[in-house]
Design a protein around this ligand. Structure first.
Ligand SMILES: [Zn+2]
Length: 285
């Protein structure tokens, strides 16, 4: 209905990029949160220097097993370890809806109880930690987590599970508040916050661009090799039959005792996102 619209809430549009992110904590700062999604959103992504995060085109299991899939992903072919490299290695990353309660820096609640819904973005270590907490304490959304930052640069946390049920379950008013927030936010595809998805040709162009901007010594080596990637004919050979494989957004992954990813085991994370609804939340006790 283009034309004139009143300045009211009903006509506001919010996207996933308007979501507030759970921001880095200061050392010693304590936050009280509750993870609301039953499943995390996951992507495998590369960091392209100064351009941001892009989804890896590699086969998921190959990337987990080998650390890269250079046959299918141009970024994997030129990826290196380190923080300042033009193309970083493919890494799994996650994001989830949480609520963060209003507290002071020590994590003590301010009265009356209030909370905000936000997006928490994290890597493998925190995914494993959350999986362990759920295994030991039941569904994540039924328990609050007390997060204490022990290292600001790396955002390392000590995470305790608060005694008793999550505070948002304390009374009907708080439950209703969460249900209303969830109703507004649940349709947002948080995985858009993790990385951009581009096709194979665009990825090749982006990788070329960041390599060309890299310091001369890295560039010399990479360009010498990149000849095979940059030539259209070689590229079509290299990439023949390669299509961007859709990632299992919520793939069942478990870390084994050896620290390697075991894709054969399934973490029981309950119902799918589509099956969730806020009535379930209201019924939770
Ligand atoms: Zn890749």
């Amino acid at each position: 209905m283009p034309g004139q619209v009143p300045y009211d809430d009903a006509h506001k549009v919010s996207t996933v990029f308007d979501m507030e992110m759970f921001k880095n904590l200061e050392k010693g700062e304590v936050a009280r949160v509750c993870v609301i999604d039953e499943q995390a959103y996951m992507a495998v992504r590369h960091y392209l220097k100064e351009l941001g995060y892009y989804e890896c085109h590699g086969d998921y299991e190959t990337v987990l097993r080998e650390g890269a899939d250079p046959a299918k992903c141009v970024a994997c072919k030129y990826a290196e370890d380190g923080r300042e490299v033009p193309v970083s290695k493919a890494q799994r990353h996650f994001v989830s809806h949480i609520i963060r309660y209003t507290t002071n820096n020590k994590g003590e609640l301010l009265k009356p109880i209030t909370f905000k819904m936000m997006a928490w973005s994290f890597s493998n270590d925190k995914f494993n930690m959350l999986t362990d907490r759920q295994k030991n304490h039941g569904k994540l959304r039924g328990k609050d987590l007390i997060i204490k930052c022990t290292d600001k640069n790396w955002q390392r946390y000590d995470v305790d599970v608060a005694a008793g049920p999550a505070l948002w379950l304390a009374n009907d008013e708080l439950k209703k508040r969460l249900a209303d927030m969830w109703q507004k936010e649940r349709h947002l595809d948080l995985d858009k916050l993790l990385c951009r998805k581009v096709d194979v040709g665009q990825m090749r162009d982006l990788v070329t661009k960041v390599i060309q901007k890299a310091p001369a010594d890295i560039q010399k080596e990479a360009i010498a090799e990149a000849g095979s990637v940059l030539s259209e004919s070689d590229l079509s050979g290299l990439l023949e039959g390669v299509e961007s494989t859709p990632l299992a957004v919520q793939a069942p992954i478990q870390k084994t005792a050896t620290g390697k990813m075991d894709t054969g085991s399934v973490v029981d994370v309950g119902v799918k996102k589509d099956e969730l609804n806020f009535d379930d939340i209201l019924r939770m006790t």
